[in-house]
Design a protein around this ligand. Structure first.
Ligand code: ZN
Length: 352
């Protein structure tokens, strides 16, 4: 079998595509929280709408070229909140992939500075209010989206409750990082009264109690941040795969998910990791209208895929429209996207 449906990346940060090659942080981070403080929270604060657009365009192009036709995106840009979800989705529209965006609300930009842990009694900050408004503005436009929350440890209870309420009012779920690092192991205490089955619980590496929702496993990101192995096979929840912003090559992510599973349990088989990949279709059923023709014959066999590098799409069709032929895009200029993204990256890195 050479054909599949379109693949789904269930957790992406398209804004982080231009991070590659960014200047080294001022100090070498020694914990997950320091990685957030010194790398990601400096990067997202430096973004403007033009940088967001070209970062998302390159990330979307790379997704499509890997056979990924749907991305569930989690966006943050505290210096450019209003309109940021349009900057992401217009880039995805230009490339032709499906995008379900969310703006990651947080109270960490409190009074004049950045706080890595927010007291639960903190009243909603101006930044969180604007982030919620951006989620609501986009949801009110009628396009599918989720309500983003960075993580419970950077939000006060008022903000968490408001995000949960907004999502419920629009009939969608909350897309939130949960227990990625050991510091957030007790996220369930504050989230249990709010979480619903349509929530996306990202990482759940250290979560010590169950929450309703779908767990997004991001094996490469977990390794890169040295936060440990999430053991998703032990969870009762539906499990899907994401990349946490490190591209959107989902066959490669599934291959790595298998290797991590096997490292932890010699009896593991690749069928489990491939079931996590195909579970993405439950979240974005429209990808069943998309078709990918691959340069390889054994797409039905996880055992073949787990041990075969270099499996690439030759053709990609989204909703009946062919977007990739002979491995090349038909509807956008890949060289232009690369050149504009490189210019944007130079501008972004100079700010850092
Ligand atoms: Zn993430």
């Amino acid at each position: 079998m050479r054909e599949t449906n379109g693949l789904v990346c269930a957790h992406h940060h398209l804004y982080s595509t231009l991070a590659r090659g960014m200047p080294a942080p001022p100090r070498t981070p020694t914990s997950f929280i320091e990685v957030l403080q010194q790398v990601w929270w400096r990067l997202d604060d430096a973004l403007d709408l033009d940088l967001i657009h070209w970062s998302a365009a390159l990330g979307a192009a790379e997704a499509l070229l890997a056979g990924t036709t749907a991305v569930i995106d989690h966006h943050e840009s505290p210096s450019a909140i209003e309109g940021s979800l349009d900057a992401v989705t217009t880039a995805c529209d230009m490339v032709g992939i499906r995008c379900i965006p969310s703006y990651g609300v947080t109270d960490r930009w409190a009074a004049g500075g950045i706080t890595s842990r927010v007291d639960p009694t903190t009243p909603m900050t101006e930044g969180a209010r604007r982030g919620l408004a951006e989620n609501e503005r986009f949801l009110a436009s009628g396009r599918r989206a989720m309500v983003g929350v960075h993580a419970s440890f950077t939000c006060g209870d008022e903000t968490l409750a408001a995000a949960a309420d907004l999502a419920a009012r629009y009939g969608t779920g909350v897309h939130i990082h949960v227990a990625e690092g050991p510091d957030d192991a007790h996220a369930h205490v504050r989230l249990a009264p709010l979480a619903r089955p349509d929530w996306l619980l990202v990482h759940a590496v250290h979560l010590v109690s169950n929450l309703p929702g779908t767990i997004v496993h991001n094996p490469r990101s977990n390794m890169n941040n040295a936060v440990g192995y999430a053991r998703p096979a032990a969870r009762q929840n539906r499990v899907v795969l994401g990349t946490d912003g490190i591209g959107a090559d989902m066959l490669d992510e599934a291959r790595l998910a298998y290797a991590r599973h096997r490292e932890d349990d010699l009896s593991a088989t690749p069928e489990t990791a491939w079931s996590w990949l195909s579970n993405g279709e439950d979240l974005v059923p429209e990808v069943r209208n998309d078709r990918v023709v691959w340069n390889y014959d054994h797409l039905e066999s996880p055992w073949h895929l787990a041990f075969t590098p270099g499996v690439r799409p030759l053709e990609v069709w989204v909703d009946g429209t062919q977007l990739i032929a002979e491995g090349r895009p038909l509807h956008f200029d890949l060289e232009e996207v690369r050149a504009k993204s490189a210019e944007a990256a130079t501008r972004l890195h100079a700010r850092l």
